[in-house]
Design a protein around this ligand. Structure first.
Ligand SMILES: [Zn+2]
Length: 374
C-alpha cells in the first residue's frame, strides 16, 4: 500500500498503521531495488538482509508519529572494497544514525529560529513534536549560515551577550537583508581581521564607535564608511530630547506668558493655574492637578534622589544600581537638570463620544460583560 503522506511515498510500502491515544506507529518497508556502498560508491542490487530503524516523523492531528522503517542491506560487489555488506542509505528521508526524519528536523529548525529554546519547546510539544529546549538550541548552533559570494554593502553594529557587561559584533549583509556573522568582541583587531578577508566590500555602515571606525579603516581601507540610518535617527532624537529638556524653563515662561494674554478657548476651558505655573520656575515643571498622583510623586522623589547622588559625585552606574532604575533614566535626569515631565494624552479617544452613555450604564449597575447586562 502506497501512503502519499509518507516521506518519499514511492520508495516505501506501508505495512501497518497503529493508532494510539498519543502516538501513531507506522510500519513501512523500503522497496528500493538497489543501493550504493557508502565506502566505495559502487551500486549493488544483491540483497543481504533487512534491518529496522525507528525514527520520528511529522505529527498527525497532534499525535506524535513514529516510523518503523524496514530497510535493506546489500552486498558490496566491488572486490577491492573492505566493506562486504552495507545498509542502504535513505538521505532524503533520514540521514545515517538520525532519530528524526529530515522533514521533522526541518520543521523543528524553523520553530527553533522563530521561537528560541524554551518557547519553541513548549510550542513543539503542543503540536505533537516533543523536544527539549537544549535540542532546539543545538539545532540552531548546528545550522550553517552561508556567507554570500558577493558581499558589497555591510552593516556593523554591536550585540549584547549580556547587556551592560559583554558585547560582540554583528555583521549584516545589507543587500541580502540578513546577518552574515557574529564576532565575540568589539575589538578593532577582530573587526579588521574579518573585513580583510572580504576585499570586495565597498560600503560599511556603522555607528560612531571608535572601535568600528578603526577596525573598518584598517581592515577595509577601500570601503566607504557611512553612518547608518538607525543611529542617525537615534542621535537626532537624543539631541532633540536633550535640547528640549535644557530649554524647559524657558518653555514654561512662554506658556505662562501665552496663558496670560490669550482668552479662554471655550466657556468650559479651565484657566491655567498661576500657582502651578509658578512652581515650574524652580527646578520642577508645573504639575496639573490630575498629575499629582502617587506615581507622579514617586517619580519626583526618585528624580530628587538621582540629582542628590549625582551632586555627591556618584557615577551613573552606581546611582542606577542603588535606586534600581535604568542607567539611561539616570543619564536623562542628570542631563535635564529639571524634572522632565512625561507626555500626557492630548488626543481624542474613540470612546469619548460614548462617555456619558457609558457612565450612565455603569451607574445603573451594568459593570460586567455586555452579554450579562440587560
Ligand atoms: Zn563498497
Amino acid at each position: 500500500m502506497v501512503n502519499p503522506h509518507l516521506p518519499q511515498p514511492t520508495a516505501f510500502h506501508c505495512q501497518q498503521i497503529k493508532i494510539e491515544p498519543d502516538v501513531v506507529t507506522i510500519v513501512v518497508e523500503s522497496s528500493l531495488p538497489d543501493g550504493h556502498c557508502p565506502l566505495c560508491g559502487h551500486p549493488s542490487s544483491r540483497m543481504h538482509s533487512h534491518y529496522t530503524r525507528r525514527v520520528r516523523d511529522l505529527p498527525w492531528q497532534g499525535r506524535s508519529v513514529r516510523l518503523r522503517l524496514i530497510a535493506r542491506k546489500f552486498f558490496c560487489l566491488s572486490p577491492a572494497c573492505p566493506r562486504k555488506i552495507f545498509a542502504a542509505r535513505l538521505p532524503e528521508i533520514v540521514v545515517a544514525h538520525a532519530r528524526n526524519t529530515v522533514r521533522l528536523n526541518d520543521t523543528l529548525s524553523s520553530i527553533a529560529f522563530s521561537c528560541g529554546g524554551e518557547a519553541g519547546s513548549r510550542l513543539a510539544r503542543r503540536l505533537g513534536m516533543p523536544v527539549s529546549a537544549d535540542t532546539l538550541l543545538r539545532t540552531i548552533r548546528r545550522t550553517h549560515i552561508p556567507v554570500p559570494s558577493t558581499l558589497r554593502i555591510v552593516g556593523v553594529d554591536d550585540w549584547a551577550m549580556r547587556k551592560g557587561l559583554r558585547y560582540g559584533t554583528l555583521l549584516c549583509g545589507l543587500e541580502q537583508h540578513r546577518p552574515i556573522d557574529l564576532l565575540n568582541d568589539r575589538e578593532p583587531d577582530t573587526i579588521a581581521a574579518w573585513l580583510s578577508q572580504h576585499p570586495e566590500i565597498e560600503v560599511i555602515t556603522r555607528d560612531r564607535a571608535h572601535c568600528y571606525a578603526e577596525g573598518a579603516s584598517r581592515g577595509a581601507p577601500q570601503a566607504i564608511q557611512v553612518a547608518d540610518r538607525f543611529h542617525l535617527v537615534q542621535n537626532l532624537r537624543q539631541a532633540l530630547v536633550k535640547m528640549l529638556d535644557h530649554r524647559y524653563p524657558q518653555m514654561v515662561l512662554a506658556m505662562k506668558d501665552t496663558a496670560g494674554r490669550s482668552p479662554p478657548l471655550s466657556p468650559n476651558a479651565k484657566p491655567v493655574e498661576e500657582e502651578s505655573l509658578n512652581r515650574g520656575l524652580g527646578n520642577r515643571l508645573p504639575l496639573r492637578p490630575a498629575q499629582c498622583d502617587v506615581r507622579c510623586n514617586r517619580r519626583l522623589e526618585r528624580f530628587d534622589k538621582v540629582m542628590e547622588l549625582h551632586r555627591q559625585g556618584m557615577s551613573h552606574r552606581e546611582i542606577a544600581r542603588r535606586l534600581s532604575i535604568h542607567r539611561e533614566t539616570v543619564a536623562r535626569y542628570t542631563q535635564a537638570r529639571v524634572y522632565p515631565e512625561r507626555a500626557t494624552r492630548n488626543y481624542a479617544s474613540k470612546t469619548d463620544q460614548f462617555t456619558d452613555y457609558l457612565k450612565k450604564r455603569w451607574q445603573d449597575g451594568c459593570q460586567k460583560r455586555p452579554s450579562t447586562c440587560a
